[in-house]
Design a binder for this molecule. Structure first.
Ligand SMILES: C[S@@+](CC[C@H](N)C(=O)[O-])C[C@H]1O[C@@H](n2cnc3c(N)ncnc32)[C@H](O)[C@@H]1O
Length: 206
């Protein structure tokens, strides 16, 4: 039995995280993810390596493999069932651990998260921002639920499991070397590429 620092990690490592995998498998949305990530990559110089924080079963990784097939890809994931699926993806380096225990080994061109910072215990966010920063040689992309001020919402009937805020703004404040490159919105009613409503921000180390 793992001992995690936060109840949110236990939540994702355990039964809720296992059930989430089934939903995420049915809602792969590969075309939506490709459309989103191609917008992000269109703002960036060539990306040869990327690491995803909280990759689940690798839907974003599969989209990246279509877009930048030669890139070296890595994923951090806390849920064991999701990790079993990630390990089947050809060439992917998988870190089966909590982001909060991750020790950045080498910086990649791109470090990114999608719908993950919203599930981290807010007092731990500065630590996660540091890890994203240390894991990036150049770019950081955050695709998360935005709110100008921090708020907590009920998540599928659970409390203290979903938090919205200006994650990118907080990273820009924390690291003066970071600059905003671009940002945009994904919409669940997009005509051709629907995705969960979220805002993406691409930041660059200058
Ligand atoms: C809402 S899902 C998003 C998954 C994926 N990024 C996507 O876009 O499909 C959140 C993912 O983050 C993982 N996660 C949550 N907290 C984590 C932590 N502390 N360390 C590593 N992974 C975590 C969960 O297990 C889950 O796979």
């Amino acid at each position: 039995m793992n001992s995690y620092k936060t109840e949110q990690e236990q939540f994702w490592a355990g039964g809720f995280g296992n059930d989430y995998i089934d939903r995420n498998s049915k809602e792969l949305c590969l075309s939506g993810r490709i459309a989103l990530l191609s917008q992000v990559l269109a703002c960036a110089r060539p990306i040869d390596s990327a690491i995803e924080f909280g990759a689940n079963i690798g839907n974003n990784i599969l989209a990246l493999k279509q877009l930048i097939p030669k890139a070296t890809l890595s994923a951090i994931e806390i849920n064991g069932k999701a990790v079993e699926i990630l390990r089947k993806i050809d060439g992917l380096t998988v870190y089966h651990q909590s982001i909060l225990d991750f020790k950045p080994d080498y910086p990649r061109d791109l470090a990114f998260s999608t719908g993950v910072l919203i599930h981290i215990e807010p007092s731990m966010l500065p630590q996660v921002y540091d890890m994203l920063f240390q894991s990036s040689k150049r770019y950081i992309c955050l695709t998360e639920y935005y709110n100008p001020v921090p708020v907590e919402l009920s998540y599928r009937g659970y409390e203290q499991k979903l938090f919205k805020r200006d994650f990118a703004g907080e990273m820009l404040d924390r690291f003066p070397e970071l600059e905003l490159v671009n940002y945009g919105f994904c919409y669940h009613r997009d005509n051709n590429f629907p995705l969960d409503d979220a805002t993406w921000f691409l930041l660059e180390k200058r």
